[in-house]
Design a binder for this molecule. Structure first.
Ligand SMILES: Cc1cc2nc3c(=O)[nH]c(=O)nc-3n(C[C@H](O)[C@H](O)[C@H](O)COP(=O)(O)OP(=O)(O)OC[C@H]3O[C@@H](n4cnc5c(N)ncnc54)[C@H](O)[C@@H]3O)c2cc1C
Length: 313
């Protein structure tokens, strides 16, 4: 087996073709047209957004759709709005077709969800982020993906639309595992919703990859809120790359709430974060290495969050 460094999986040498199989092409002009096409072609169809994951997969013939449904003409899916919501509270609603680079540079994202803006800066290279979309990354569901890691950390929501109407899912119901989501073949991802980082909250994002722009071997996002006496009232820690899908380090979060975040608290959180890793290791790193990295990055990320709070004070 020959390892595929882009997707972290293995492909047989005999299938390492670099041209896609033949496919038909549709370019709907509205969401309704796109949904009608998805209904007509079912599992034979694939939505084309930025093409930064789908096209390489087609070139390697890991994906062989009969029909590509190109949603790049759906301007109605390209937006970043600040709004209040019943489940995720005040936050940013980001249309699925919003380019990763647009979100990264958006003053609205920088102000209300700086954690997302910073994480986006780690996605691949700027040229890829210029084409890659927020929705495409979420549907591709790479376990290391920064956008999914932030969505999980903040307990955001995704909205899907299909023939039966719209449904909204929490990260755990959408990101089901390695390259696997709860999206049905006849559904479109419409929007992702990222809860705002509250004023005064501290946050951090760190990842480690072999080269800049590579998928992370492990990534950690953290948000902390402290009361006036310095005790932690809210802790969120999300891990990417160390399980089939991003996950929260809930025991580590619980260990921080109610206490001052000193060196001992940070060490304990790092140890507990290591314990939730659910990885067998892969082409890039062994299980032991990834687990250790998750602990190291968690400690550094919490320290980064605290340091940022001090700078802002
Ligand atoms: C060299 C390289 C390095 C990369 N490094 C990183 C990295 O470090 N971190 C990272 O997160 N990503 C990385 N990526 C992936 C990149 O972020 C992709 O842009 C992203 O994964 C897919 O977004 P896209 O818009 O290009 O989607 P596409 O490739 O067009 O589609 C991806 C999948 O999502 C489906 N899809 C897309 N939009 C919708 C929708 N609205 N509704 C339903 N289905 C939809 C498609 O059918 C397909 O299955 C890298 C890619 C490359 C080529």
């Amino acid at each position: 087996m020959q390892p595929n460094p882009l997707f972290g999986c293995s492909i047989r040498r005999s299938t390492a073709i670099v041209k896609p199989a033949a496919f038909a092409y549709e370019a709907p002009e509205t969401v309704e047209e796109a949904l009608a096409l998805l209904k007509r072609y079912g599992e034979g169809a694939k939505v084309l957004a930025g093409g930064q994951s789908l096209v390489p997969m087609m070139n390697f013939r890991l994906a062989q759709p009969e029909v590509l449904i190109d949603i790049n003409g759906l301007a109605e899916l390209d937006y970043i709005r600040l709004q209040d919501g019943p489940e995720a509270g005040r936050g940013l609603a980001i249309g699925a077709l919003t380019r990763q680079r647009t979100a990264e540079l958006s003053p609205r994202v920088g102000e209300h969800c700086p954690l997302l803006a910073e994480a986006l800066g780690h996605v691949a290279h700027a040229a890829i982020r210029n084409r890659g979309t927020v929705g495409g990354s979420l549907v591709h569901a790479d376990p290391s993906a920064e956008i999914a890691t932030v969505l999980t950390t903040l307990n955001g929501r995704v909205t899907l639309r299909g023939p039966a109407g719209e449904r909204t899912l929490a990260p755990g119901d959408f990101l089901l595992g390695y390259l696997t989501t709860g999206l049905a073949p006849d559904e479109l991802l419409m929007e992702a919703r990222f809860p705002a980082i509250r004023p005064g909250a501290r946050w951090g994002f760190l990842e480690f990859s072999r080269r800049q722009g590579d998928f992370a071997i492990a990534a950690v996002a953290a948000v902390l809120e402290l009361d006036s006496g310095g005790a932690c009232t809210v802790a969120r820690i999300g891990l990417g790359g160390v399980a089939p899908a991003p996950l929260r380090a809930l025991a580590a979060e619980r260990a921080l709430v109610g206490r001052r975040i000193d060196g001992d608290a940070i060490d304990e959180a790092g140890r507990l974060a290591q314990e939730v890793c659910d990885t067998e290791g892969d082409y890039h790193a062994s299980e032991e290495y990834k687990r250790n990295l998750a602990g190291v990055l968690t400690r550094r990320c919490l320290a980064q969050a605290l340091e940022r709070g001090r700078e802002a004070a």
